[in-house]
Write a protein that binds this ligand. Structure first.
Ligand code: ADP
Ligand code: MG
Length: 707
């Protein structure tokens, strides 16, 4: 027990020696100097003034001008937090929220999580003293469920609005409404708010949060965008004022390939070395479509680097993607050691979300991974598509931030002319069931009538409503059902996954389903280096289950936990974690992804426990788990065809089992799958064998037996 009178060690400020002091001092001076030289710094006073005068303001400025890192600090210093309010800044991407928050905490010379913090799904780095809070747009939407007036915020900045992610679009509509309500003097508590209050009450063990009762100040709303066209936003916000921040851009030489490239990875690899060996100093930024691609090219660069003569080996390879641990993400901002060149392998995040200093060369294969949804089939998939012209320009712009640069587009010039001008907003090409679920929980029942900046496709809305209805989340009157719909809306997962967890208690396998859903939430648990494909297959086999990939993932998770626990007993925690990394390597398992899955598991477990679901286990009997998968992912059921392909029952689509699946050879009659990927063919991934008779039994709302 804590006794303040005990002799406790005294903690004083950390004493630095003179060298350290001057280091810290030099770094602070450098940061101050960097801040002052940003284009946005010259308009600080004007921006603060405009925010004071306008309740809604649109700020447009080129990437790297200082919008994301500086504006919140200007507003803080301008007194916008004086009555205890917080400045919330939303980002479409987790990485951006984390790296920017860290940078701003450093600029403010405060500890992260105090005055400056971030909050993203499964990770909260804030405290009651946080006044500048970076978060994902999805997270703010979830906060609105508990606090419909977003009462803790005095200012909300919607950053990267040009990206037009579906969460940003929903948020814009919601914020417009919240702003209107907060400018009215009195509040009427609607039924729905009462419901939400009940939810808050539950989550806080019966304690009611008082914030809905007090009088609120108007909400300041700022929309920030890197695209120069502010008109759309301005019209949507009833003619809101737009301010342009002048950027700074040096000329960038654009180079195209003579012929179309068939193997983009190979072309990128060759270009990296061409630049490294033939061009002057300056770092390289390569745009790739995802973690898998990044990791495979990382391996290839390393391999080839070893073959170069020693003096040419000074190349530092740095990956940058969302699920990378944040200390690794931050490495891209550290200047390369003297004589070294950095090559950053990044997803689309480096297009506008984060600005990396030192880039002089950009390699742009011209591709990007996006969500795609077909209302006809009702299936959402991730597909790799060509970028728009606007994206290609943003990407090449990254090379000209600090001086003249070069951009290597890995496609012929004629293709550029044929690109779309700008990207279609995500709301036009994704499954809307999650959005509808969230809006329903916020009391918006009429989705078609909701004030979106751009209306989603009617057919897509109907399809998504249908899905929610089939999952039991909506009633016949299109209201959130109680308890299933309410519970689903409160889980930070896709509706299908939430449903699987809720059902799992009834199938006595919640423990196992929690693991499966967590493992499915991360990208690529296994990795198979190109040169060790066969070896990795043999090793991975030791985990594989004849029932399919879900249970294989479960086996991996369980085996890793067992290994970790055993090791902890013998060697202590730290050594055990280290040994686990080696274990992962030996087993061709992606240690980062596995760790991420463990974090997610802990978070969702807390969520379902709070909801009062009983965490039970089916032990080694996998039948209940497979039946529960069939009962939750029934729309993703497929039957084997005579030619060995599979036909998705719900829509007739034909697909093959992905080569990475453990079921790729054992051709089961009937399967459920987790996702469908479209490349040159349709592939289903993460597949489990089921009995087709279960479908009529467990999903009678969808299937009936004919014979
Ligand atoms: P914008 O939002 O207008 O694109 P930012 O505010 O993100 O611009 O970036 C402003 C400057 O801060 C850029 O020059 C960028 O290089 C620098 N910067 C941002 N994050 C970091 C970081 N984590 N470490 C070092 N520099 C950073
Ligand atoms: Mg920014």
């Amino acid at each position: 027990k804590f006794n303040p009178n005990n002799n406790r060690p005294q903690f004083g400020p950390k004493l630095l020696n003179n060298d350290q002091k001057s280091d810290v001092f030099a770094r602070r001076q450098k940061i101050e100097q960097q801040r002052r030289s940003l284009p946005i710094a010259s308009v600080e006073k004007r921006l603060v003034e405009e925010v004071r005068k306008n309740d809604t303001l649109i700020i447009v400025g080129e990437t790297g001008s200082g919008k994301t890192t500086q504006l919140p600090q200007y507003l803080f210093n301008g007194g916008f937090c004086n009555n205890g309010g917080t400045i919330g800044i939303t980002q479409p991407r987790r990485v951006a929220a984390v790296t920017v928050a860290k940078r701003v905490a450093e600029e403010c010379n405060v500890e992260l999580g105090q005055k400056v913090g971030y909050s993203i799904r499964f990770e909260d780095m804030t405290s009651i003293s946080t006044r500048i809070k970076y978060m994902t747009d999805g997270l703010l939407l979830r906060e609105a469920l508990l606090d419909p007036y977003l009462s803790r915020y005095s200012v909300i900045v919607v950053d990267e609005a040009h990206e037009r992610t579906v969460q940003t679009d929903v948020l814009l509509g919601l914020l417009k409404d919240v702003q209107k309500k907060r400018s009215q003097k009195t509040f009427h508590q609607s039924n729905n708010q009462a419901n939400n209050l009940a939810a808050v009450k539950n989550e806080n063990n019966g304690e009611m949060k008082p914030h809905l009762v007090k009088k609120l100040n108007p909400l300041k709303l700022i929309i920030m965008s890197a695209s120069l066209d502010a008109k759309g936003f301005s019209e949507y916000f009833n003619g809101a004022k737009a301010v342009h921040v002048q950027g700074r851009q040096f000329p960038v030489d654009i180079l195209y390939t003579a012929q179309p490239e068939t193997d983009c990875l190979d072309a990128a690899l060759v270009t990296i070395f061409q630049i490294h060996l033939e061009e002057g100093p300056g770092d390289i930024l390569v745009f790739l479509s995802g973690q898998e691609e990044i990791e495979s090219i990382e391996g290839l660069v390393r391999e080839n680097l070893k073959k170069l003569p020693e003096p040419n080996q000074k190349l530092l390879i740095l990956p940058l993607f969302s699920s990378l641990p944040s200390e690794k993400q931050l490495k891209v901002f550290t200047p390369a050691p003297f004589g070294f060149r950095k090559v950053i392998l990044a997803t689309n995040i480096a297009e506008t979300s984060v600005t990396i200093p030192g880039i002089k060369y950009v390699i742009d294969p011209g591709l990007v991974k996006v969500r795609s949804y077909s209302p006809d089939s009702g299936i959402e998939s991730l597909i790799v598509v060509k970028t728009s012209k606007a994206q290609a320009l943003q990407r090449s712009g990254r090379a000209g931030r600090e001086g003249p640069g070069k951009c290597f587009r890995l496609y012929p010039e004629s293709r550029f002319e044929g690109l779309d001008d700008s990207t279609v907003p995500e709301i036009k090409r994704c499954n809307l069931s999650n959005v509808i679920l969230q809006l329903s929980a916020l009391g918006v029942d009429d989705i078609i009538g909701f004030d979106f900046m751009e209306k989603p496709d009617r057919m897509a809305v109907i399809r998504s409503l249908e899905l929610l209805y089939l999952l039991g989340a909506l009633t016949d009157e299109k209201k959130l059902s109680d308890p299933i719909g309410q519970q689903m809306a409160r889980l930070p997962l896709e509706p299908n996954d939430s449903k699987a967890l809720i059902l799992a208690t009834q199938f006595d396998c919640l423990q196992e389903m929690l693991i499966v859903v967590s493992m499915l939430s991360v990208e690529s648990i296994f990795y198979a280096p190109r040169d060790k494909l066969e070896e990795s297959r043999t090793v991975i086999k030791s985990f594989s289950s004849p029932d399919g990939d879900h249970i294989t993932l479960l086996n991996v998770y369980r085996a890793s936990l067992e290994f970790l626990e055993r090791n902890k007993e013998e060697n202590g925690k730290e050594k055990a974690e280290k040994n686990l990394r080696k274990w992962c390597k030996d087993n061709f398992i992606n240690n980062r992804s596995l760790k991420h899955a463990r974090d997610i598991y802990n978070q969702i477990r807390e969520n379902v426990e709070r909801m009062g679901l009983k965490i039970n286990s089916c032990g080694d009997d996998m039948l209940p788990l497979r039946r529960c998968l069939a009962a939750s992912y029934f729309l993703n059921a497929a039957l084997k065809q005579p030619d060995g392909t599979y036909r998705v029952l719900a829509n007739g689509q034909i697909a093959e089992i992905h080569p990475t699946s453990v079921l790729r050879r054992t051709k089961s009659e009937c399967i459920v799958f987790y996702n469908l990927v479209q490349t040159t063919r349709n592939y289903v991934r993460n597949v489990t064998r089921i009995d087709y008779l279960w479908l009529a039994e467990l999903a009678p709302q969808c299937y009936a037996l004919k014979d």
